[in-house]
Design a binder for this molecule. Structure first.
Ligand code: PHE
Length: 337
């Protein structure tokens, strides 16, 4: 009888170890410990044994029951920890599916890159409304109502003095109305002009404006800040050149060029054989602008600048048609990851 018990235990344990899932384990539990199971059956035969053997064998069989129960349980935990995958279920060596991921729009990327260089120089980013009034878009910026330079800032008028801002400069005025110098701000945003759409024009585009005001801010500071920016953005070896220009809200004013980073200044189709690329407008804040925001022009000075984001992105990435930015063709956008 003892031999029978040992043989049964060895057989049962072997089968339990080999069981591949909980269904197989359930079946084994029934096979050995069930109401008609093999261990149960053996227990039933005890009644016909000589009385002196009964207690010992009864104890042995009950201990076997407990051991098999434990073996079944531990195999179950093992299985739940490492599920066994049938060989033909999946090829685990195949690369997984990566979920499609988005990317920044090239204009957003350009704005972020521009702002991050200025953030490094201690500027903070400020925004303003796209629906403006004649006061903020023109008058406070020293552009008189009847001044011909208004034509240069051709504008979408709404009604009752409201308009779509034609540049980001009105944010200069809004900021100075509520804040005191010294400060350094950078203002990215959309602007609108009633231009016919073509490869280099759009009725909506983006600008980044800058304004620095403080005690004794000079044109040298303007030159320094813009040179750091332009070399940071276009490359350490670009040359920077300032040309006299006119803006109503700055005096003196300048336009800034960088040496063409495509041809290195030798002249190519991108720079129109000139070797230089016009990048931005700038100047020292006009005293009349300070007066409009109740700053004392005898006490503070400052500089301002403004640049077109589409133009900068087109130059930087070699894009030849502005309309590509607004068509949202995935084949174009995906190139700016
Ligand atoms: N607002 C000007 C424009 O749109 C750019 C500019 C900003 C020039 C600030 C000088 C100073 O053309």
């Amino acid at each position: 009888m003892l031999d029978k018990i040992n043989a049964l235990e060895a057989e049962a344990k072997g089968e339990i170890k080999a069981a591949g899932d909980s269904k197989a384990l359930d079946d084994l539990r029934t096979k050995y410990l069930g109401r008609k199971g093999l261990v149960t059956e053996l227990l039933g035969t005890i009644a016909s044994l000589p009385p002196e053997d009964k207690p010992r064998l009864g104890k042995e069989l009950n201990a076997l029951k407990t051991r098999l129960d434990e073996t079944l349980r531990s195999r179950q935990t093992e299985l739940s920890r490492s599920p066994v995958i049938p060989k033909d279920f999946a090829d685990l060596t195949l690369p997984g599916f990566s979920p499609p991921s988005g990317s920044k729009h090239p204009l957003t990327k350009t704005i972020d890159d521009i702002c991050s260089i200025f953030l490094g120089m201690g500027f903070k980013v400020v925004e303003g409304p796209e629906i403006e009034t004649e006061f903020y878009n023109f008058e406070a910026l020293n552009i008189a109502l009847d001044h011909p330079s208004r034509d240069a800032f051709d504008t979408f008028y709404i009604k009752n003095q409201y308009l779509l801002r034609s540049h980001t400069s009105p944010v200069q005025v809004r900021f100075m109305e509520t804040e005191k110098p010294p400060f350094k701000i950078i203002v990215p945003g959309r602007v609108y002009r009633p231009d016919a759409v073509d490869a280099s024009h759009s009725f909506m585009f983006h600008q980044v404006e800058g304004l620095v005001v403080g005690d004794g801010v000079t044109f040298a500071d303007l030159k320094g800040a813009l040179s750091v920016f332009l070399r940071g953005y276009f490359g350490a070896d670009v040359k920077v050149r300032f040309r006299p220009h006119y803006f109503p809200f700055t005096e003196p004013s300048a336009e800034v060029d960088v040496s063409c980073f495509i041809c290195g200044g030798k002249g190519c189709s991108v720079c129109g054989r000139k070797g230089w690329l016009e990048i931005l407008g700038c100047g020292m804040v006009h005293p009349n602008v300070f007066k409009a925001v109740k700053y004392n022009p005898e006490k503070v000075t400052g500089f301002a600048f403004g640049m077109g984001v589409e133009r900068i992105a087109m130059l930087k990435y070699g894009i030849n048609d502005m309309r590509l930015f607004f068509e949202n063709d995935m084949r174009f956008l995906e190139q700016f990851r």
